[in-house]
Design a protein. Structure first.
Length: 405
C-alpha cells in the first residue's frame, strides 16, 4: 500500500485518477439503466439487447478514430465536443417517446460520441510518473475503476426501480457533464500533447500485444455483458438484488487488482488471469440463490482487474507514444464489440431458454479469450522487471508549461 500512497502523492496524479473515474462513472450505470428502460417500454430483453448492441457497436467503430483525433486537435476540444453530444443524446432517450428504430439510432449516437476518457488518461500517465511507478499505477487504475462497477449498478437499479428509468438517465447526464468538466479542466489534459501518428489508422494492430489485448478484452467484456443481462433476468428488476450481485463481482475485481498490483506480468499472465474469471461462472447455474451466485461472482471478479492491468501494461510497452491513444482506442473497440455481442446474445438466450443459458454463454466467451491469450503468449512481452511505458517517438513531444496556456 505504501507504493500506492507514493503514487497518489505525485503531483496531479490523484486528481487525474479521481476525475477520470468521475467522468467515466456514468458508463457503469448506462447499459443497465438502458436495458431496464427499453425492456420496460417494449417488454422484450431481445429488443433491449439490440439497443445496447447499437450503442456498443457504434462506440467500437468510433473508438480508435476519436482517440486518434486527440492527436490532431488536442484532448480538450475533442472531449468537450463529445461530452456535449453524448449528454444531449442520452437526455433525448430519457425525455422523448419515440419509435424503437429512433431509440436504436440515439443509442448509436451515444456510442459514436462517447468521450475517449480512458485512452486520454492512460496516454497521460507515462508523462506524470516515474518508470518504476507506471506498472503499479496501471494496476491501481484498473482496480479503482471497479468502483464504477461496484457503486454504478447498485445506484442504477435503485434509481431505475425505485424512482424511474427516466430519472436514472438524467442522473447519468448530470454526472457525465460534471465529471467530464472536472477531468477536462485538469492541467495535465492541456499540457500533454499527443504527437500526430505518421502511421495509417489500424497499423498499430500489427503489434501482437495490441491485437491480443483487443481480442482478449472483447472476450472479457462479452462475459461481463452476458453476466449483467443474466443477473437482471434471474433476480428481476424490482429490487436491488441484481445491482448488488454485479457490485460483488466488481468488488472481487477491485480486491484482485490491488492484491496483484505488484505481481510481475509475464507473457502468459493475460491467459492465466482470464481463467480465474472464466471457471466460477460455469458454477453459477448449479444453485439458484443469492449467496451462491454472489460467492461465484466474487471469485470470478478477482481476475478482472489483473487481466486489464496486463492488457494496459503490454500495450503501453509495445507502441510509440504517438500511437498510445489509438492503441487504447482499439482496446476499447474490442471491449465494446464484446459488450454488444455479449448483451445481444444473452438477451436472445434468455428469451429462447433461460438465464442459465446466458451464464453459460458468458463462461464460454471468457474461456475462448483465455485459450487465445495462452496460444499467442510466446509473442507477448515479458514485463517482469521491465519498463512498461511507451517507446519514445523520433521527434520531441511538446509539453506546455502552465504559463503557456
Amino acid at each position: 500500500m505504501s507504493s500506492y500512497l507514493e503514487i497518489l502523492k505525485t503531483k496531479g496524479v490523484a486528481r487525474l485518477i479521481i476525475s477520470q473515474l468521475a467522468a467515466r462513472f456514468p458508463f457503469g450505470m448506462f447499459s443497465l439503466v438502458l436495458l431496464i428502460h427499453i425492456e420496460k417500454l417494449h417488454g422484450s430483453y431481445a429488443l433491449a439487447g439490440i439497443v445496447l448492441a447499437a450503442s456498443s457497436v457504434a462506440q467500437a467503430i468510433a473508438g480508435p478514430f476519436t482517440s486518434r483525433l486527440m492527436g490532431r486537435f488536442g484532448m480538450r476540444p475533442v472531449l468537450i465536443t463529445l461530452v456535449s453530444i453524448t449528454a444531449v443524446a442520452i437526455g433525448m432517450l430519457a425525455s422523448l417517446h419515440m419509435a424503437f428504430w429512433m431509440q436504436v439510432m440515439l443509442a448509436a449516437i451515444t456510442g459514436l460520441c462517447l468521450p475517449p476518457i480512458q485512452p486520454a488518461v492512460r496516454t497521460i500517465y507515462p508523462k506524470v510518473v516515474t518508470a518504476g511507478m507506471l506498472n503499479p499505477l496501471f494496476a491501481m487504475d484498473a482496480s479503482l475503476q471497479e468502483i464504477i462497477w461496484v457503486i454504478g449498478p447498485v445506484l442504477a437499479t435503485f434509481l431505475a426501480t425505485q424512482l424511474s428509468t427516466e430519472v436514472a438517465l438524467w442522473t447519468i447526464v448530470a454526472v457525465l457533464v460534471l465529471g467530464g468538466a472536472w477531468f477536462i479542466s485538469a492541467p495535465e489534459v492541456g499540457q500533454v500533447r499527443i504527437p500526430m501518428s505518421k502511421r495509417k489508422l489500424g497499423v498499430v494492430l500489427a503489434k501482437p500485444a495490441v491485437l491480443a489485448s483487443t481480442l482478449v478484452g472483447l472476450a472479457l467484456i462479452a462475459t461481463a455483458a452476458a453476466l449483467e443481462v443474466a443477473v437482471v433476468a434471474q433476480f428481476g428488476e424490482e429490487g436491488l438484488t441484481a445491482g448488488i450481485i454485479l457490485a460483488i463481482w466488481s468488488a472481487g475485481s477491485l480486491a484482485g487488482g490491488l492484491l496483484m498490483g505488484h505481481a510481475g506480468i509475464a507473457h502468459f499472465s493475460m491467459g492465466t488471469r482470464m481463467l480465474i474469471v472464466a471457471l466460477p461462472i460455469f458454477l453459477i447455474p448449479l444453485f439458484d440463490n443469492f449467496l451462491w451466485v454472489g460467492a461465484c461472482a466474487i471469485v470470478s471478479g478477482f481476475g478482472i482487474a489483473p487481466v486489464l492491468a496486463a492488457m494496459f501494461a503490454m500495450t503501453s510497452a509495445s507502441v510509440k507514444f504517438s500511437d498510445t491513444a489509438e492503441a487504447y482506442g482499439w482496446l476499447g473497440t474490442g471491449q465494446l464489440i464484446g459488450a454488444a455481442g455479449g448483451s445481444a446474445l444473452a438477451g436472445f438466450m434468455i428469451d429462447a431458454f433461460d438465464h442459465s443459458a446466458a451464464y453459460f454463454a458468458g463462461g464460454i466467451a471468457s474461456v475462448v479469450g483465455a485459450l487465445f491469450a495462452l496460444a499467442i503468449a510466446a509473442k507477448l512481452p515479458d514485463l517482469r522487471g521491465q519498463y512498461v511505458g511507451p517507446m519514445p517517438d523520433t521527434e520531441p513531444v511538446q509539453i506546455l508549461q502552465a504559463g503557456d496556456q
